[in-house]
Ligand binder design. Structure first.
Ligand SMILES: Nc1nc2c(ncn2[C@@H]2O[C@H](COP(=O)(O)OP(=O)(O)OP(=O)(O)O)[C@@H](O)[C@H]2O)c(=O)[nH]1
Ligand SMILES: [Mg+2]
Length: 917
């Protein structure tokens, strides 16, 4: 109808503007208004549009090119193959047995690794991988029957895990891939393993990606390693690290992991868990076509896959967030039970996958938890909620993290903190332990030092310890102590060996306690002998004499109440000798080094002991002088002269005590002290015993001189001729200055009836060498008189020297030795004559000098009786060197009484007394 209407319309029928029908063809007259030509405009427009299109195309091309270059170049993920120095590392060598080998070819297959011996853990790992089918699971781990290697490499000073992408070519041109790589590269979190880059190659199998290498292996490796003890704190720390990392990943544009499993959680050197193998490119690490193993591996990788994803025909390349939570639940099972997923289900992997995948009416198929497990209920609940069948029922990682933190009372922690804490407590424990051990060590050291210092002086011990050699030292003045137990041999013979050891041990322990209080050094003990020194090795000025004397008094005091264990009724008779003088000291021997003293002082001190008396402290005049100089109040009694073996006559003293000395002292010393109080008289009756040998005795008896005042005894007082002994006519031969006994008696004792002999004062000791007449001068019967303190005559009379050269020599030697004593002695002491008697028949002459010179001053003898004792068999100069007259006191008293009685009977009132004036 509309068409019909239109057909009726003619141009003329229409009302046209201007009242006329426009012409069908434009005729343009320049003069006519309104006529215009549009051709140029149209052409221009067309050209313009075309130009615009070209520019736009070019811009787009350039933009796209630029954009692509921007994505590619601004990302530093591209790795040149030549920049990677490749190695292989034993996959599960997470402990110290990590070995690496350098690969020869850059992109060579890793299965050609070096075959080395297989250790236990590798075997275990192989078993695990075979049974669980994880070998070659998308990885290029090599399996050369005995050894597994994970490829690693060095790239820009860092160690990287090399992951081969089996896909032959990466479509780098794909925008999403480039974006994904750029984004993955930019990820940065403590619990996300750093993606280093990718090396892209068109060669099949030569494309690989790099992640930072974590030295402790994957979580799977750690969980499987029985050598690593994982406590609850450790496990929780792993779970928390994982939750943290996943929470982060889910917030990034990556949004999800898609392949979360324990082998994709790696542990760094600080025990921090890091999520690895994420990103789109990783999903190209499809399992290869390794036959059965490959399929097995494929199924195994699905153990962590959420059921809803398993059911999808086309699984999303990067998974889903809820799918990741499911995977987390399976990992939590691995961590909490410390076993492979579904271990307690006892089913094949394939079967498990299909059971999980199937959506039945009943409870979904999930890992079975053992009845008895130390897994906390809260953790189990979290795990179960993570693998809920309904994805929506699963918590998100933020929630998971919060719940995990609740397990630890919201305390922030990680393994490092935990380990630091452990380390701290360990180190403080260690400190205590070290202190304890150091103390023990110190104690042991002290013990050895004490032992060492007991054997050697500390100074010397230190020198030896520091490897220095000990140079012998000279000491100008030391005091030496020697002691011996009189009659020890007798005691020993009556005791068992162990009793002797006990006795000596008790005694010397007691002694050691005493000496510890004094500044003395115990040099040694030899059997029952004990030797100490003061002033060496530590010099102590003049104190040494006092220290040693004090110690001697202490010891003699200690011995008075010392009891012998096995002979409690017996007393020990200690005999002490002291001397002071110079000595040298040093260490002798290497294997058993001993600190020894050398020099004559030692000999003299020893002689003082051997020539002393039981329970007496015998000392030299040098010692006495030293004590006098000290003026510490020591009480000393003159003993007179004794013959010191090898040293001749020496004036010696007894140490009787000390002023205000409180400790108990033996009676012998008390008696000595008493004698001092009584004016310094000898403590015992002033006997002078002239000990002669048999031959001398006969010689004396044969002499014409009557020694009426002298008791001549032939032990035991068998002789009754004490008042009729004459030595007159006994020839003598004296060298100048030496007085003969003959001279003495012949000139000083005028006649048999004379009781008073007169001799001139003399300053010499009577000392004569006796060689028995007819003994051929063997010197065996040399006699010696026992010197009583203060007034003694030592007589050693040689009656037949000319017959025997050796006796003569002995006499001369004796005389020479005595010669120093020719010096005038102090006024208050007795005068002595040195008289050498020789029965020299050939030279039967009296030397004028000998007779007129010094004579024995018998008045000073204080001797009531001079007894002449025959001691033929007494070896006075023998080895013992002991001058021990046969206890003259008691017997002499008897003799004296007898004598006096006889005197009385004979009408003589006078006490027989030698008074030579
Ligand atoms: N020490 C260490 N070992 C690693 C690292 N990455 C992988 N591994 C080891 O190599 C084994 C295999 O790892 P991958 O090659 O990633 O294979 P997968 O994780 O089993 O499987 P996909 O990641 O799915 O391909 C792991 O179980 C680890 O023992 C790492 O960064 N450090
Ligand atoms: Mg992996």
């Amino acid at each position: 109808m509309v068409t019909a209407d239109l057909d009726l319309l003619t141009p003329e029928a229409l009302v046209w503007p201007g009242g006329r029908v426009p012409v069908s063809q434009l005729t343009c007259d320049s003069h006519e208004q309104g006529c215009t030509d549009n051709t140029a405009i149209i052409a221009g427009s067309v050209v313009g549009v075309l130009l615009l299109a070209v520019v736009m195309v070019i811009t787009i091309i350039f933009y796209r090119k630029y954009k692509r270059r921007d994505i590619g170049e601004s990302s530093e993920w591209i790795v040149e193959d030549k920049e990677v120095k490749r190695r292989k590392v034993k996959v599960n060598a997470i402990n110290s047995n990590t070995t690496t080998t350098t690969s020869t070819g850059n992109n060579a297959g890793y299965s050609n690794g070096v075959t080395t011996s297989c250790n236990g853990s590798v075997k275990k790992r192989l078993v695990r991988m075979e049974t669980r089918g994880t070998i070659g699971l998308g990885s290029n781990c090599s399996l050369d029957k005995s050894m597994l290697y994970a490829p690693i490499g060095n790239y820009k000073d860092m160690v990287v895990a090399v992951k081969h992408v089996r896909w032959t070519h990466v479509q780098l041109g794909k925008k999403e891939m480039l974006q994904d790589l750029k984004m993955v590269k930019e990820l940065s979190h403590d619990n996300v393993n750093q993606f280093i880059g990718a090396c892209v190659s068109s060669t099949p199998g030569a494309t690989y990606i790099l992640f930072r290498y974590c030295s402790k292996g994957s979580l799977q490796d750690v969980l499987e390693n029985d050598d690593i003890k994982l406590d609850w704190m450790f496990k929780l720390s792993f779970a928390l690290d994982l939750a943290r990392g996943m929470e982060y990943l889910h917030k990034t544009p990556l949004r999800s992991h898609g392949n979360l499993k324990s082998s994709n959680c790696v542990i760094d050197s600080r025990w921090v868990l890091k999520i690895t193998d994420f990103g789109a490119i990783v999903s190209y690490r499809k399992p290869g076509t390794d036959g059965d193993i490959g399929n097995k591996a494929y199924y195994t990788s699905l153990l962590w896959c959420a059921p809803e994803i398993l059911r999808m025909s086309k699984r999303p390349q990067k998974g889903t967030q809820k799918g990741d939570v499911y995977s987390f639940g399976i990992i939590l099972q691995e961590i909490l039970l410390r076993c492979a997923p579904y271990l307690y289900n006892n089913k094949d992997t394939g079967e498990i996958i299909s059971l999980v995948k199937s959506k039945g009416q009943g409870r979904p198929y999930r890992p079975v938890l053992p009845n008895e497990t130390d897994c906390p209920a809260k953790a189990s609940a979290l795990m179960v909620s993570c693998w809920s069948e309904e994805p929506e029922a699963r918590p998100d990682f933020h929630n998971i993290r919060k719940r995990l933190r609740e397990f630890n009372g919201h305390k922030r922690f990680n393994i490092m903190d935990n380990m630091l804490q452990m380390l701290e407590s360990y180190s403080s424990n260690l400190e205590l332990l070290v202190n304890e051990r150091t103390e023990e060590l110190e104690a042991e050291k002290r013990k050895t030092d004490t032992l060492l210092y007991q054997m050697l002086p500390p100074l010397v011990a230190e020198q030896l310890k520091s490897g220095m050699c000990v140079i012998p030292e000279f000491f100008e003045n030391v005091s030496i102590f020697f002691s011996d137990i009189v009659g020890f041999t007798a005691i020993a013979s009556q005791s068992k060996p162990l009793e002797i050891v006990d006795l000596l041990n008790d005694l010397y322990t007691c002694f050691d306690e005493v000496i510890a209080r004094r500044d003395v050094y115990k040099v040694e003990t030899i059997g029952d002998a004990y030797m100490c020194v003061s002033g060496c090795p530590k010099r102590n000025g003049p104190r040494h004499a006092g220290e040693i004397a004090n110690m001697a008094l202490d010891l003699i005091s200690a011995v008075t109440h010392f009891r012998i264990r096995h002979k409690p009724e017996e007393r020990l008779n200690l005999r002490i000798g002291l001397h002071t003088g110079p000595c040298a000291a040093g260490v002798v021997g290497r294997t058993m080094p001993r600190y020894c003293l050398f020099g004559d002082t030692v000999n003299m001190a020893s002689r003082m002991e051997s020539t002393g008396k039981a329970l007496h402290i015998h000392m030299s005049s040098e010692m006495k002088d030293a004590l006098d100089d000290l003026d510490w109040g020591f009480l000393m009694v003159d003993r007179g002269f004794i013959d010191v073996k090898g040293k001749g006559l020496h004036k010696t003293f007894w140490l009787a005590g000390k002023k205000n000395y409180k400790k108990p002292l033996p009676e012998s010393l008390v008696a000595l002290q008493k004698s001092l109080e009584e004016g310094g008289n000898p403590p015992t009756p002033s006997y002078c015993t002239l000990t002669v040998g048999d031959s001398m005795f006969s010689a004396l008896r044969k002499t014409s001189i009557t020694i009426s005042n002298i008791t001549v005894e032939n032990t035991p007082y068998t002789s009754d001729s004490e008042d009729a002994v004459s030595i007159q006519g006994h020839s003598s031969c004296c060298e100048p200055g030496v007085r003969s006994l003959n001279a003495l008696f012949s000139s000083s004792v005028p006649g048999p009836k004379r009781r008073h002999a007169t001799v001139q004062p003399a300053d010499f000791v009577l000392a004569a060498q006796s060689a028995g007449v007819g003994d051929k001068g063997k010197g065996g019967d040399r006699a010696l008189a026992d010197l009583k303190p203060k007034s003694s005559v030592l007589g050693s009379i040689d009656s037949n020297l000319d017959k025997d050269a050796s006796a003569y020599e002995a006499a001369s030697e004796g005389r020479d030795k005595f010669s120093p004593l020719k010096q005038p002695v102090k006024k208050d002491s007795a005068c002595y004559s040195l008289i050498d008697i020789r029965s020299d028949n050939e030279a039967n002459k009296t030397d004028a000098d000998a007779t007129s010179g010094s004579m024995i001053d018998l008045t000073k003898l204080d001797a009531d009786i001079v007894s002449v004792i025959n001691c033929e068999n007494r070896s006075v100069f023998g080895d013992t060197g002991v001058i021990e007259p046969p206890e003259p006191l008691r017997e002499s008293k008897v003799a004296r009484k007898k004598y006096m009685d006889r005197r009385k009977l004979s009408g003589s009132e006078d006490i027989p007394r030698i008074e030579i004036t």
